[in-house]
Design a protein around this ligand. Structure first.
Ligand code: SAM
Length: 265
């Protein structure tokens, strides 16, 4: 039976895709095979979910809105390979995702950055992610040193994945229309399995401390965050960096080298 979908709620970031061409482009980018398992966050009215179910072996979709969950349960009941979960994606146990799960989602924009950090913590389970985000967040993900968009998100995401901003999406492709442009990004997770959880946590702490005071030098920013000044200065000298360098000019490789050196000290 066809029932009309529930009205969109702004506070849950409900901007539903209506353009089948964008769905096709997302599916192509995800390179799904009939054996793939997919996690979708925020299936909404199910336009992307349906295409995912047709392309993959199994789809798990987490929706926070009980009205949409009920609507989808009824409207997509023909898909035997769909598991719908009513809940908050931020509380979903990503650490229990089967290894090899591909993430494909048009993310709720109010939550896109924390969700991305959460997913990247378990990046070794996820070979690739295809995500629709605000264009501005997509720019931060691919930003290079020296650009104003370059920051913690850029370094941490590029540490875990090779990232491509695949295409922009105009507000006209959604109902209701969002206030901002959107973009679809592909993150191909790098193989960092050789690293321990502790090493990855240390790196994240270092990057956060380095960017904590953007206008200060790296030495001062790290010192304010509890790092020993003499260790930082010694590392900079040994590795031939200027003593007045700032975080925003360091490349990903610079961050990795410095972090290793300072933590060893
Ligand atoms: N995938 C659909 C599409 O492309 O048309 C809907 C995308 S819409 C931008 C975001 C969806 O995420 C909405 O259905 C919203 O209810 C859901 N959502 C918002 N916050 C959520 C959360 N914390 N956990 C799970 N789903 C959430």
């Amino acid at each position: 039976m066809d029932v009309s979908p529930p009205a969109a709620l702004k506070h849950l970031g409900q901007n539903f895709l209506i353009d089948p061409n964008i769905i096709r482009k997302i599916i192509t980018l995800a390179e799904l095979s009939p054996t793939d398992r997919v996690l979708e966050i925020g299936p909404g009215r199910g336009i992307l979910t349906e295409a995912l179910c047709r392309s993959a072996d199994h789809v798990t979709a987490i929706e926070i809105d009980p009205r949409l969950y009920a609507y989808l349960s009824e409207q997509r009941s023909q898909f035997q390979n769909l598991t719908l979960i009513l809940g908050d994606a931020m509380a979903y146990p990503v650490e229990q995702l089967p290894i090899g799960t591909v993430v494909v989602a048009n993310l709720p924009y109010y939550l896109s950055t924390p969700l991305l950090f959460r997913l990247l913590e378990q990046a070794h389970r996820i070979p690739r992610l295809v995500l629709m985000l605000q264009n501005e967040v997509a720019d931060r993900l691919v930003a290079k040193p020296g650009r104003s968009a370059y920051g913690i998100l850029s370094v941490m995401a590029q540490y875990s994945a090779d990232i491509t901003k695949a295409f922009k999406v105009s507000p006209q492709c959604f109902r209701p229309r969002p206030d901002v442009d959107s973009a679809v990004v592909l993150l191909r997770v790098k193989d960092r399995m050789e690293q321990t959880r502790e090493a990855r946590d240390q790196f994240a702490t270092f990057v956060r401390a380095a960017f904590a005071h953007r206008r200060k030098t790296l030495v001062n920013s790290l010192k304010d965050q509890g790092y020993e000044q003499k260790h930082v200065e010694l590392a900079l000298t040994t590795l031939h960096f200027s003593a007045s360098i700032r975080a925003e000019t360091l490349s990903l490789d610079d961050f990795i080298t410095l972090s290793r050196h300072i933590h060893r000290a």
